[in-house]
Design a protein around this ligand. Structure first.
Ligand code: NDP
Ligand code: ZN
Length: 179
C-alpha cells in the first residue's frame, strides 16, 4: 500500500525535527556516532524488521528521545505533531526529577501501563540499545555493567510482553547476545 502524502509529510517533519534537536549530540560508543542514528535505527527496526507501519508509532520512534535529551517540551511536541504522537513520546520519557536508580525502577514499574504504541517504541529502543551495548558499547563500561544493562532491559520488556510477538522475538534475539 502506498504511503499517503499526509503521512509522508509527517514522517519527514519528524525526521527533520529530531535531526535538528539532536544535532550537537553524540552516542556514547567509541566513535561518538551521530545521535540521530539511534532514533533512525528504532524506526528501521519497527518498519523494516517487524513490519510496523503505523505512522504515529514510526514518528514516535524518531522523536522518542527529544524530550528526555534535548530542550524539547511536551507542549512543543503536541503543537508540532498532535496529541497522539506527543503521548507516545511522553510515555517513553523518564521523569527527570527522579534519581538514576529510581528512573531504572520506574521503567520496570510503568512498562505494563504504557499504551500499545508506546510499548512498540520501548521494545525498539531496548533492541537498539542492546545491539549497541553488544557491539558498540560505551568504552568505559565494564563487563559487569554491560551485563547489568542487558538484565535490566529484559526486566522492562518482560512487563509488556504480548503486544507484538514478532518484535518481542527480535528483542529475545538481541538479548541472546548478552556479553
Ligand atoms: P546510562 O543511562 O548512563 O547509559 C545507558 C543509556 O545511554 C542507554 O539506555 C541509551 O539511552 C544511551 N546510550 C548512548 N549511547 C549508547 C551506546 N553506545 N550504547 C548503549 N547505550 C547508549 O547507563 P545505565 O543505563 O547503565 O544507567 C546507570 C545505571 O547503571 C545505574 O542505575 C547503576 O545501577 C548502573 N551502573 C553500573 C555500574 C557498573 O559498573 N556496574 C557503574 C555505574 C552505573 P537512550 O536510548 O535514552 O539514548
Ligand atoms: Zn533511545
Amino acid at each position: 500500500m502506498a504511503l499517503e502524502s499526509d503521512d509522508l509529510k509527517k514522517l519527514i517533519h519528524a525526521l527533520e525535527f529530531a535531526s535538528r534537536k539532536h544535532k550537537d549530540q553524540r552516542r556514547k560508543d567509541v566513535d561518538a556516532s551521530p545521535y540521530i542514528n539511534h532514533p533512525i535505527s528504532l524506526a528501521s527496526i519497527l518498519c523494516n524488521e517487524a513490519h510496523v507501519t503505523d505512522i504515529d508509532v514510526i514518528c514516535g520512534a524518531l522523536l522518542h528521545d527529544t524530550v528526555e535529551d534535548t530542550d524539547t517540551t511536551e507542549e512543543e511536541l503536541e503543537k508540532e505533531f498532535g496529541k497522539k504522537i506527543c503521548n507516545i513520546v511522553m510515555d517513553v520519557t523518564d521523569d527527570a526529577l527522579l534519581s538514576r536508580p529510581e528512573r531504572k525502577q520506574a521503567q520496570i514499574d510503568h512498562a505494563a501501563h504504557a499504551s500499545d504504541e508506546a510499548k512498540l517504541v520501548k521494545l525498539a529502543d531496548k533492541i537498539s540499545n542492546l545491539r549497541d551495548v553488544a557491539i558498540n558499547s560505551p568504552p568505559t563500561w565494564s563487563l559487569e555493567r554491560r551485563q547489568e544493562y542487558f538484565d535490566w532491559a529484559k526486566q522492562v520488556i518482560d512487563q509488556l510482553r504480548g503486544v507484538h510477538p514478532q518484535l518481542e522475538g527480535i528483542f529475545d534475539e538481541a538479548y541472546s547476545r548478552r556479553p
